[in-house]
Design a protein around this ligand. Structure first.
Ligand SMILES: [Zn+2]
Ligand SMILES: [Zn+2]
Length: 219
C-alpha cells in the first residue's frame, strides 16, 4: 500500500510499504477513506518528538471501511463504516473501566519510556512515535486498529459525509473538551482564544452547551 512516512526532521514522503495484517483477535483492518493532518503532527514533522524512526507511518485522525476482522470483534462487521478515535484503549483495565481511555494501561507497550520522558504515560496512539506505542498511523491506504471492539465509532447514516464525521477522531472532541471544562451556564459569554480548527470546534461546542455569545480572539 501507499502511506505517508516520516523520514527525518522536516521530511515526509509517500512511500510503498507492506499492507497491515491482523495480529490479534481483537484487531480490525480499516481501508481508509478520509484522514486528517493534526497540529500535533507538526511536532513530529519539526522533530520535537523523540523516538521517531525513518519510515514511521503518520496519522492519528482517520476513518474508513472495515475490510478484515479478528475473531473476537463481535460488535463490528466487514463493510462497516467507522471513525477511529486516536487513543487506543483496551476497554478492560482500571483506567478504561472509568472511561479514561486516553490513559489505558494496556495499549502502550512503551509506557515506561513515556513515563521517563513526560512523567506519565498516555495510551497507545496511532502514528505518534515509539513513546506512544509505535503504532502505524492512518495517513495510509489501510491501518490496523487494535482493540477494535472498543474505539471505533460506527457511522450508520450514509447521508453523513466523511467530512461531517471525520473530526470525531480527534479535533472535535478536543475542542469540545475545551468548552466542557468551562462549565458553561445558559446565558454565559465565552471567550475562545485562537480560531484555528480546534478553536472553531470550541466555538461550536460552546454554542451547543448553551453559551449566549462566543467571542473568538485571534490575530
Ligand atoms: Zn490530532
Ligand atoms: Zn485499558
Amino acid at each position: 500500500m501507499r502511506a505517508t512516512c516520516w523520514s527525518g526532521r522536516n521530511t515526509v514522503q509517500v512511500e510503498t510499504v507492506p499492507d497491515p495484517q491482523i495480529l490479534n483477535d481483537r484487531d480490525a483492518i480499516v481501508k481508509i477513506t478520509s484522514t486528517a493532518i493534526c497540529g500535533s503532527d507538526l511536532h513530529l514533522y519539526d522533530g520535537y518528538v523523540p523516538t521517531m524512526t525513518k519510515g514511521d507511518i503518520l496519522g492519528h485522525e482517520f476513518m474508513g471501511e472495515i475490510v478484515e476482522l479478528g475473531k473476537d470483534v463481535g460488535n463490528l462487521a466487514v463493510g462497516d463504516r467507522v471513525v477511529v478515535p486516536f487513543p487506543i484503549a483496551c476497554g478492560n483495565c482500571f483506567q478504561c473501566s472509568r472511561g479514561m481511555f486516553s490513559i489505558c494501561e494496556n495499549s502502550n507497550p512503551n509506557a515506561g519510556m513515556a513515563e521517563k520522558m513526560w512523567g506519565h504515560a498516555p495510551a497507545g496512539i496511532y502514528g505518534y512515535s515509539a513513546l506512544t506505542g509505535g503504532y502505524a498511523g492512518g495517513q495510509a491506504e489501510y491501518a490496523r486498529v487494535p482493540f477494535a471492539d472498543v474505539g471505533p465509532i460506527k457511522i450508520d447514516n450514509d447521508d453523513l459525509t466523511d467530512d461531517q464525521v471525520l473530526f470525531l477522531s480527534d479535533i472535535f472532541p478536543t475542542g469540545f473538551m475545551g468548552a466542557e471544562v468551562c462549565e458553561i451556564q445558559p446565558g454565559d459569554v465565552i471567550a475562545v482564544f485562537g480560531a484555528g480548527p480546534v478553536g472553531q470546534f470550541s466555538i461550536a461546542s460552546a454554542i451547543l452547551l448553551g453559551a449566549e455569545q462566543v467571542i473568538a480572539i485571534d490575530s
